[in-house]
Write a protein that binds this ligand. Structure first.
Ligand SMILES: Cc1cc2nc3c(=O)[nH]c(=O)nc-3n(C[C@H](O)[C@H](O)[C@H](O)COP(=O)(O)OP(=O)(O)OC[C@H]3O[C@@H](n4cnc5c(N)ncnc54)[C@H](O)[C@@H]3O)c2cc1C
Length: 571
């Protein structure tokens, strides 16, 4: 087995992981990236449609800058955010992020007069090339930068566990190469988890195949505290059929370079959402759309998995074709959202919650374990925010590197992990294939811990997950026993993380006894700022876990009510 040593191992090659590695390297801290897919070509970052959050490049007025901050804190995080971190982040995006990207050659879409094209309105965004496809050129750039910087990469390689010293601090990772089946250990002074926010845990999800909650599962096993896991966000307008197109979006956000947005129509043909009219920020927090949709579902005029429609049939088609991907790629799929609305459905999207971090340095509660990006519980994802995390974690580690000791090989843990992963390859029960178990977990989460839930449905989910853990997993059947490019084996590894994370999410959902933004409990329909304007922290104990609620400081924006029906709250 290969044993590599470095100062820092970064787990994940999305926007957060790449930027963390680049910043660490700039500070002369030796870094290795381990990535389940290809660096810059796996995870959610690739799918970012726009570059949201305005900086100086957008020519924002002070009022627009304030709107953007309000959007981030109130509409994007429902106040469950460190507002001082949000402020630092906004300042960095303005002064460093956009100028640096442009200097590195990222092309922000311009009109014929050379002006950067924005989505006009209270909040403005730009696109790298076109709306709907900004993540691709963005991550192409990051991949090139990582390669050019000479950063070592273990690609198509899964981190399956965090290795720890006797004092509990993290000292490295155990890995499996998906293509060769070979194991390797990377020993380090510090590990940065940058595995993304999305866990592909629901029947419909914007997550990709490598998203199985690995980062959360590994951090929890290592003893890290988690926060606000229940705060799941939902896309409201992704194509309903076939299931493989579930990540194809018809955003009801402002169309780039236009005053218009997609509209949403129920099964009776009645328009029930139009961004410009119905959204206070006229920008696109999905919660506002989701609340409208829930009312339609209650009225029997839509379902969460379809039966309602979105499109641009009220807009001049030239506005759609100019700067968005809602034209050509859709026609290639036989769809034309310019002509008439297309059937859409809800998909699980960001998870706002994740690993609890100190936002000053992105340290988790476990020594040696740091976090960047969506897997952290400090904010909802956006590509600019997770990039800022990459900077913060590099600064944090650089400040502490003197006190971080080189990784040492914990032989016993390595041997145990090797045997565990070997035994998954050898799974020869009579039961379901790993991919079928994944589908079963996703069905349970969709039906019992989906958009609307309550104590009864959530405890039902726990029972089902327990049945999967105790009866289905031990009886799982892996037919293909080769070590080479065996994605059935990968599924078998993933599925254990998925069960663990699904359970943690359900427990957190039971604990938050209110409704807030996209978190909707039918048995606690009110947003309760008296008791729940707080981080819902899950702490591992010797015999399980306990919860602790820590109120947020609210230095800049505060809600203006104590309790209110969540459906009547505009954010
Ligand atoms: C459909 C869609 C549309 C979006 N639109 C926008 C938008 O318009 N604007 C915007 O700003 N943001 C948007 N986002 C959100 C944005 O893309 C994310 O917030 C951000 O990219 C998250 O970056 P990340 O680096 O934290 O995670 P990711 O980009 O998800 O990267 C995670 C990385 O971790 C790796 N990984 C996972 N598990 C393991 C493991 N066990 N071992 C090794 N590696 C592992 C993966 O392979 C991947 O490389 C969108 C997201 C999606 C899915």
């Amino acid at each position: 087995m290969q044993i590599l040593t470095t100062d820092v191992v970064v787990v994940g090659g999305g926007a957060a992981g790449c930027y963390a590695a680049l910043e660490l390297t700039r500070k002369h801290i030796d870094t290795i990236i381990v990535c389940k897919g290809l660096v810059g070509k796996s995870g959610a970052s690739l799918f970012a449609g726009n570059l949201v959050l305005g900086g100086g490049l957008l020519g924002n007025t002070p009022e627009q800058a304030r709107n953007t901050a309000e959007f981030l804190i109130k509409y994007h995080n429902q106040y469950l955010i460190d507002q001082n971190w949000a402020k630092r982040c906004g300042q960095w995006i303005e002064s460093v992020y956009y100028p640096e990207l442009e200097a590195a050659g990222l092309y922000f879409r311009r009109d014929d007069d050379g002006n950067v094209v924005v989505s006009p309105g209270k909040i403005r965004s730009v696109a790298a090339n076109v709306q709907g496809n900004s993540g691709v050129p963005f991550m192409d750039l990051r991949r090139k930068q990582v390669i050019k910087a000479g950063i070592r990469r273990l690609e198509e390689t899964i981190v399956t566990s965090l290795l720890r010293r006797e004092d509990g601090s993290v000292c490295g990772v155990f890995t499996v190469n998906c293509l060769t089946g070979e194991y390797a250990v990377v020993l380090a002074r510090a590990v940065v988890l940058a595995t993304g926010y999305s866990d592909r845990l629901h029947k419909r999800s914007t997550g990709t195949r490598e998203m199985s909650g690995d980062g959360l599962a590994m951090a929890w096993r290592a003893g890290a505290s988690l926060v606000n896991l229940e705060m799941q966000w939902w896309h409201t307008n992704d194509v309903a059929h076939p299931p493989t197109w579930q990540r194809v979006q018809i955003y009801p956000n402002p169309v780039l370079g236009s005053e218009h947005s997609a509209r949403m129509v129920n099964s009776a043909g009645e328009e029930f959402f139009n961004q410009q009219v119905d959204d206070p920020m006229a920008f696109g927090p999905y919660t506002v759309q989701l609340k409208r949709l829930v009312k339609q579902v209650h009225a029997g005029k839509a379902r969460f998995d379809g039966g309602y429609f979105a499109g641009f049939d009220h807009i001049d088609p030239r506005e759609i074709d100019a700067y968005t991907t809602y034209g050509k790629p859709f026609y290639q799929l036989g769809l034309d959202p310019r002509q008439g609305p297309i059937e859409t459905a809800v998909t699980a999207h960001y998870r706002q919650g994740g690993i609890l971090v100190d936002t000053a340095n992105m340290r988790s509660s476990v020594p040696g374990l740091y976090v960047a990006g969506g897997v952290g519980g400090h904010s909802n994802g956006l590509i600019a925010l997770v990039t800022f995390d990459g900077k913060c974690v590099a600064d944090g580690i650089a400040a502490e590197i003197g006190g971080l000791h080189p990784g040492t090989l914990p032989d016993e843990q390595v041997e145990l992990e090797r045997r565990r992963i070997d035994s998954l390859l050898a799974s020869n029960g009579e039961g379901l294939a790993p991919v079928q178990v994944k589908e079963e977990i996703r069905r349970v989460m969709w039906e019992k811990a989906g958009v609307e839930k309550n104590h009864a449905s959530l405890t039902g989910a726990l029972e089902d997950l327990d049945r999967i853990r105790t009866c289905v997993l031990p009886n799982m059947r892996v037919k293909n026993h080769t070590r080479v490019a065996n994605y059935e084996w990968v599924d078998a590894i993933d599925v254990h993380n998925m069960v663990d994370v699904a359970e943690l999410i359900v427990h957190s959902s039971i604990e938050r006894r209110e409704s807030r933004g996209p978190f909707m409990r039918t048995d606690f329909p009110e947003t309760d700022n008296e008791n729940w304007l707080a981080a819902n922290i899950m702490i591992k104990t010797d015999n399980g876990f306990r919860f602790e609620q820590v109120p947020y400081d609210l230095p800049f924006f505060q809600p203006d009510f104590a309790r209110r029906d969540n459906m009547a709250v505009p954010w």
